[in-house]
Design a protein around this ligand. Structure first.
Ligand SMILES: C[S@@+](CC[C@H](N)C(=O)[O-])C[C@H]1O[C@@H](n2cnc3c(N)ncnc32)[C@H](O)[C@@H]1O
Length: 437
């Protein structure tokens, strides 16, 4: 399948309610291996930068986007993305997109796509640089209207932008949003202390500030992992595993574990057996192959963490379901799905999970609560409320073994808080909760 047609199919499935990563894994096998990167870049780029692309389309279209056919709108986004975000020459971006649109839509509607894309190309200059028909920038001024700018150029929902600006400085929010608009790095995390010796065709470079993390510059993730004691994991998620710290009392439970990347890190890093629980059998099944490849002692149990089938545990990691506002760059469509009211439902679910885990940890044991959210309600406020309910628990600073933790990722209260604008990684939060009685 042509990569632009594949990108369009992915966008169409997402429009129909599918998750972007699942749509991509269904559609990409039909695309030549060499073209898959382009198809994915276009599809996920169009999802991430939707509001930015739409602002540009609005300038040149003769009708509101809401009155356009969804398929036409997606072809326009695909064309504008290539024209403005990729280094694809204008004639190829427009020509290839319109040809693929014509095959799918017929001449009439593809003609409209062609007219809008050509108008935009003319306004930006042709391939030799001169603007034939210059047009004003469609974005609000970043200083006069920062919210408007971050919603359109920054392509983030307004409620999230306002929430973040109420809490953090404008330059930090800008950096956070820029970080979440870039295609995410694929990072290989070494589970052994060795330096990686990657196979031919794979290039890895160290991630600065994260000693056991290496960015995949060239090659496929599966190729990179072959022969290495390693997993694919962003440094922020690896930091949660490091933050657990010390000698872990067994049994060790990782509830909300799927697909199990942290489970593997716990088993390898602390030399313990780990029981991985998750409510989703489908997601938990993804733990089997890497655990076998690495020969690690982990077992998988499908269970609801609110009703743990375990009487007593020495250590529990509860990496709870959350809004995922620290990983919006990694899940291309997530920012548009997320609604403010989902936050309240998730906070209630997290509370039930942390309470059930607290009941299972024996006195002296450790409960580590973690999220990939940046929101207070899911992080420190959730933990504060837990400690009010459970005076038999105490917040603990990082274990002294946690030498690999960056100091800018530990809060004054000892929690882990990985902020993407400081680290250039995903975001993550964790708290260590010791049962003292
Ligand atoms: C943030 S993800 C976990 C990521 C995982 N710890 C890792 O590092 O690979 C949250 C997980 O919670 C699971 N989940 C949601 N509700 C749950 C529940 N009530 N009990 C157990 N697992 C649940 C989801 O299926 C999802 O796999």
């Amino acid at each position: 399948m042509n990569p632009r047609a594949a990108a369009h199919r992915i966008l169409g499935e997402v429009r129909g309610g599918a998750f972007s990563d699942r749509a991509a894994s269904r559609i990409l096998p039909a695309v030549d291996t060499a073209d898959r990167g382009l198809a994915l870049d276009i599809a996920f780029g169009c999802l991430r930068l939707r509001a930015r692309l739409d602002a540009r389309i609005r300038t040149f279209a003769d009708r509101p986007l809401s009155r356009m056919d969804g398929a036409v709108r997606d072809w326009l986004r695909i064309g504008v993305y290539q024209l403005t975000e990729l280094r694809i020459p204008d004639h190829a971006a427009v020509g290839e997109t319109v040809a693929a649109a014509r095959a799918a839509l017929g001449r009439g509607r593809a003609g409209y796509v062609n007219a809008v894309l050509r108008a935009l190309a003319r306004s930006r200059g042709n391939d030799s640089g001169a603007a034939a028909d210059p047009f004003p920038d469609p974005f609000p001024d970043p200083d006069a209207d920062p919210v408007g700018h971050l919603c359109s150029w920054g392509s983030h929902p307004e409620w999230l932008v306002r929430r973040w600006l109420a809490r953090w400085k404008l330059p930090d929010v800008r950096r956070l949003i820029e970080q979440q608009n870039r295609p995410p790095d694929v990072v290989v995390r070494m589970l052994s202390g060795d330096d990686p010796a990657p196979p031919d065709g794979v290039e890895l470079t160290p991630v600065r500030g994260w000693p056991r993390s290496f960015r995949l510059e060239q090659g496929l993730p599966a190729m990179a992992l072959s022969g290495l004691t390693a997993v694919i994991q962003d440094p922020a998620a690896s930091a949660v595993v490091d933050y657990v710290g010390g000698r872990l009392a067994e049994p060790v439970l990782d509830v909300c574990a799927a697909p199990g990347t942290k489970t593997l890190g716990l088993a390898a890093g602390y030399g313990v057996s780990v029981v991985a629980l998750d409510v989703s059998q489908r997601r938990l099944a993804r733990l089997g192959a890497p655990a076998a490849r690495l020969g690690l002692p982990v077992s998988a149990v499908v269970a609801d963490a609110r009703r743990l089938p375990v009487a007593e545990a020495g250590t529990v990691l509860a990496d709870v379901p959350c809004t995922g506002t620290g990983v919006l760059g990694r899940r291309a469509d997530a920012r548009w799905r997320l609604e403010q009211r989902a936050l309240d439902d998730l906070v209630a679910l997290q509370r039930e999970i942390v309470d059930a885990c607290a009941a299972a940890v024996r006195p002296g044991g450790l409960l580590v609560y973690s999220t990939c959210s940046l929101e207070r309600e899911e992080n420190e406020e959730q933990v504060d409320a837990f400690l009010d309910r459970r005076p038999d628990y105490r917040r603990e600073p990082p274990h002294s073994d946690g030498a690999t933790l960056r100091s800018d990722c530990v809060t004054s209260r000892g929690d882990l808080f990985v902020r993407p604008w400081l680290t250039g990684t995903d975001g993550a939060y964790a708290a260590r909760l010791r049962r003292i009685a």
